[in-house]
Write a protein that binds this ligand. Structure first.
Ligand SMILES: Cc1cc2nc3c(=O)[nH]c(=O)nc-3n(C[C@H](O)[C@H](O)[C@H](O)COP(=O)(O)OP(=O)(O)OC[C@H]3O[C@@H](n4cnc5c(N)ncnc54)[C@H](O)[C@@H]3O)c2cc1C
Length: 519
């Protein structure tokens, strides 16, 4: 048993409640505070292979059976049909131009589809956060977490000897309150937003009755999966729109707009959200056709700026979860996977008792480098949006990075302390920065192809693919050497990549740095 600690976690989004539960499984006394009450609306819904792989690892290491089932769309449907989700087979992009319908030029359309999974069964899911977060809170309670909702913590004292919250004594506090910034306010942590390049506003809601893209653009060539069962990105001037379909007919959608993108549509800094939404639908006719008859299920909302960043992520007896520390933009769906990486790291820190100063410093340094890396990647994508071919080429850096990480984690080594999004990788880490510098230079796409080549196990950046990328296991087998594996080793591992033969207790599919007993 680890040295038993009293831990307070503030904020019961999925990151707070899953970490609370893991710490309870480890034997700690955990109180989870929530300002609001579940079920409650939240955005940040689209998972990725790296997120689900981490969820599976947490499931195996700490015996969280439901997490294993929720990590794949097929298992989720079978075991938790009442927890609402949507099928996500990949990442779909279209470029739209003001006043023009999306043009179907067959294989030369401004369209990019990158598959994230080979089948519906082992696909990722969009999380209806009201349902999913509620589920994780219930499971945390069942695991022994002391959950207290409708609580506003007003009285905070953190000293060398302990943490006092509203008169209750703890050994440590974890801030999982998201951009609400619970500790940022109470500890007056200065903002670090000045180092974030990306700036975007958001107008968003949930909608019923959104039409499928093939209905509004008939005759598009068949892609590696049905276009809409994905994280759909509509690139517009100075921004983009996400559209995430749930299996109950509801679609989560929002436009993220740079200051220039917003100014092109409205002169007002705080526009009426519904009016802005309508202006955008009118400006982009194909998006207008898909969303024109759709009804919001809740009022359309506007946020003038979605970025936030702090200058510190840890201190003596406290730590911030990633979403409390920084957020850049939903482009590339990094938030959930990044949060899981942090849950895994902090869970390891607590396996022997309280995290020591060295572990916290390591955690903080990684979070800072990773927030910068997400920002550079996203800022480069915004820079490239005006020209779809440049955008598609830049996006290959993201896809090469995450596909390499996924396969490496599945087949070679899954170390939660390895950097997220290429941080620490001598080949991948410099690429987002270099890409921004080279974007306007001739031969950009060719440069991307050669820059990602040492990590390109997925056949990306291939002009012959016409921007349609399925999961191609033959390419992976051919490129086995990039992973340091022999052809025979990778062929033997293929069933794991196809999703066959796993179970929550089967550790053979995932190599962990040091497998602890499930307590
Ligand atoms: C527009 C947008 C779109 C996004 N899309 C994606 C996506 O598609 N994919 C992806 O991976 N990530 C996405 N993200 C990121 C994702 O939302 C976050 O990674 C995720 O929500 C982090 O979860 P969390 O549990 O840490 O925090 P949150 O979900 O923010 O939960 C925080 C909780 O803390 C509670 N709380 C706040 N203050 C207090 C307080 N003082 N006391 C007690 N409780 C408090 C809140 O009520 C809430 O329940 C998106 C983010 C935004 C802004």
């Amino acid at each position: 048993m680890p040295k038993k600690c009293a831990v307070a976690i503030v904020g019961s989004g999925f990151s707070g409640s899953i970490l609370a539960r893991v710490l309870a499984v480890q034997g700690h006394d955990v109180v989870l505070f929530e300002r609001g009450r579940h079920p409650r609306f939240a955005i940040g819904e689209s998972t990725t292979p790296l997120a689900n792989l981490a969820l599976e690892r947490l499931a195996r290491r700490y015996g969280l059976t439901d997490c294993y089932h929720l990590a794949a769309h097929g298992r989720w449907l079978e075991r938790y049909p009442d927890v609402m989700r949507g099928l996500k087979r990949g990442f779909t992009y279209y470029r739209h131009h003001p006043g023009e319908p999306f043009v179907n030029r067959g294989l030369d359309s401004e369209r990019l589809l990158v598959a994230a999974s080979p089948s519906d069964d082992i696909a990722d899911s969009h999380w209806l956060r009201a349902d999913v977060d509620h589920h994780f809170v219930r499971e945390a309670i069942a695991a022994g977490v002391d959950y207290r909702d409708n609580v506003e913590i007003t009285d905070v004292a953190i000293t060398k000897r302990g943490v006092k919250l509203n008169g209750h004594q703890f050994d440590f506090v974890i801030d999982a309150s998201g951009p609400g910034g619970f500790l940022a306010r109470h500890l007056s942590i200065p903002s670090g937003l000045a180092r974030t390049l990306t700036r975007s506003a958001l107008v968003f809601s949930h909608f019923e009755g959104v039409r499928l893209m093939p209905e509004v653009v008939p005759g598009l060539p068949r892609g590696p999966y049905p276009d809409d069962w994905a994280a759909v990105h509509h690139i517009v001037d100075g921004g983009w729109m996400y559209a995430l379909r749930f299996d109950n007919g509801v679609t989560s959608a929002g436009f993220a707009l740079s200051p220039a993108g917003l100014a092109a549509v409205t002169r007002s800094k705080a526009p009426d959200a519904a009016a802005l939404w309508r202006l955008l639908l009118d400006r982009y006719p194909t998006i207008g056709a898909a969303f024109g008859d759709a009804a919001p299920t809740r009022p359309i909302a506007f946020r003038a700026r979605i970025q936030h960043r702090l200058t510190r992520a840890t201190g003596e007896r406290w730590v911030l979860m990633p979403h409390a520390y920084a957020f850049v933009d939903p482009l590339f769906s990094t938030g959930i996977a990044w949060s899981f990486r942090a849950i895994e790291r902090l869970a390891l820190c607590f396996e022997d008792g309280l995290p020591d100063a060295e572990a916290l410093a390591r955690y903080a340094a990684l979070l800072s480098a990773e927030a910068d890396q997400i920002d550079r990647l996203v800022a480069g994508a915004y820079d490239a949006m005006a020209h779809f071919d440049l955008f598609a080429a830049h996006a290959m850096i993201y896809f090469a990075t995450v596909s390499y990480a996924e396969v490496r984690q599945r087949l070679v080594k899954a170390d939660p302390w390895s950097g997220f999004l290429g941080v620490g990788d001598p080949v991948l880490e410099p690429l987002p920065r270099a890409s921004r510098r080279r974007l306007r230079l001739k031969g950009f796409a060719e440069w991307v192809a050669s820059a990602i080549a040492p990590r390109n196990i997925a056949g990306l950046a291939d002009p012959a693919a016409h921007n349609l990328y399925p999961i191609d296991l033959d390419v992976l087998v051919d490129r086995h050497a990039l992973l340091g594996l022999s052809r025979e080793e990778i062929v033997a591992a293929l069933p794991a990549l196809r999703g066959g033969g796993g179970s929550v207790t089967d550790r053979s599919r995932v190599v962990l740095p040091q497998v602890a007993q499930v307590r």
